[in-house]
Write a protein that binds this ligand. Sequence first.
Ligand SMILES: Nc1ncnc2c1ncn2[C@@H]1O[C@H](COP(=O)(O)OP(=O)(O)OP(=O)(O)O)[C@@H](O)[C@H]1O
Ligand SMILES: [Mg+2]
Length: 446
Amino acid sequence: MQRSIAGGLFVALLFLVAAWLGCSKVYIGSRERFIYVLHLSSEHYMNIKENSPFTPGSPVPVELFVGRSKQIKEILRYVEQTKYGKQENVFLSGERGIGKSSLETFLCHMAVTKMDVIGIHVFLGGVSSLEEAVRRILDQLLKETRGQEWFEDIKQFFGKYIREVGLFGVSVSFVPPEQDLRELVRSFSEVLDNLLQKIDGKKAGLFIALDDINGLADKEEFANWYKSFVDEVATHYENFPVFIMLTGLPEKRDALATHQPSLMRIFRVTEIEKLSDEEIEDFLSAAFEKANIKVEPDAMDLMVTYSSGLPILMHEIGDATFWVDDDGVIDEDDAITGVLAAAEEVGKKYLDPKVYRAIRSKNYRSILKKLGEGEISREFIKKDVEARLNESEKKVFHNFLRRMKDLGVIESDLERGKGAYRFVNEIYPIYIWMKSEGLKPRRKKA
Ligand SMILES: Nc1ncnc2c1ncn2[C@@H]1O[C@H](COP(=O)(O)OP(=O)(O)OP(=O)(O)O)[C@@H](O)[C@H]1O
Ligand SMILES: [Mg+2]
């Protein structure tokens, strides 16, 4: 009770200060505005709602996919080329959470619906053996073709290794014994050629997306196997309409190139980076429209700014704001509350494990706290922060900054010169600020 009176007085005080300054609202994005909204928004988080259109953490549904038009055009051109018999290989590289899997899902959908090929999207996250990779590819091909009316014609291709799983055999799995799997790895080009012959006249080719090859890319064995597969196809088969796309982090592309230098001649490398602010806005508009929610222009600007071009953040912010809204209209206060809640979510997922729980040094911890105090800003100058540190903190500050860089929390701000740094996105400084000031957004999903 006492707390809420104190909170009320605090908000009233902020209003008085704001009025005194001659403005009706405290400046957006300033720490005062954030604190004001934090206190204001203590009740409205019990909203009863249907499902959120946002999907933080999983590939976006095709109807809400935005951007990447250049890459889509380019890659679909290669897919088109494979239909005339020439095998193609693409390596899609991008940082974590930038949208690789979403782009693969989208491309697979386009290839299947517009190009009449069989398309599979195989998740190889955590896979580090060739046998398991090949088993998953064939397993996915089995699942994909089972629904087709001509499945009976090609069923024998999978031999006797189809296992019906689930109640009444609703699903199937491809489970050959280890020894046969090794043979399938060795003769992979022949295996695919067999399948191509079986689908001849029914489908124009195969689209195979191998997602998250991070575990395999570190293996020399994988690089050599892939190179031999591509060479065999080129020398033995005239017509091999198979498009293969691998995705991984940029450093995994480099690892593959180190293991097998000729491999990089085989791949057409495509990179994806941040989305533009317009694309972020297109996405947020479409997603909120889908949920029948209106967004006021100021609120939209705010959500776009804090998304910092990162698809993962636009989903977190959109999702948090979706649950905050209680009247079908997102105004500025809703958006700020959403941004704060998203910062809490993102901070817990990314900063807590690698920074807050990982850092043991007392000095590092106190520097981090001081970094978060005061005005919230994505950018900072080394000597400005240094001025607020004590002697023992100053001694380790340089190493602290290096560690934060290695952890992907900050980066050098080359445009602003030496000693200028910035957080890698707009959300991290908000979380660090909330931690330093001991603040917590109050959000509850219905
Ligand atoms: N083009 C897009 N349009 C709309 N949302 C997107 C787009 N790309 C990615 N997203 C969203 O961004 C988040 C991260 O996307 P995704 O999982 O595809 O990234 P990723 O690069 O595969 O990540 P990881 O490296 O973790 O595998 C997800 O919430 C996804 O829904
Ligand atoms: Mg992915």
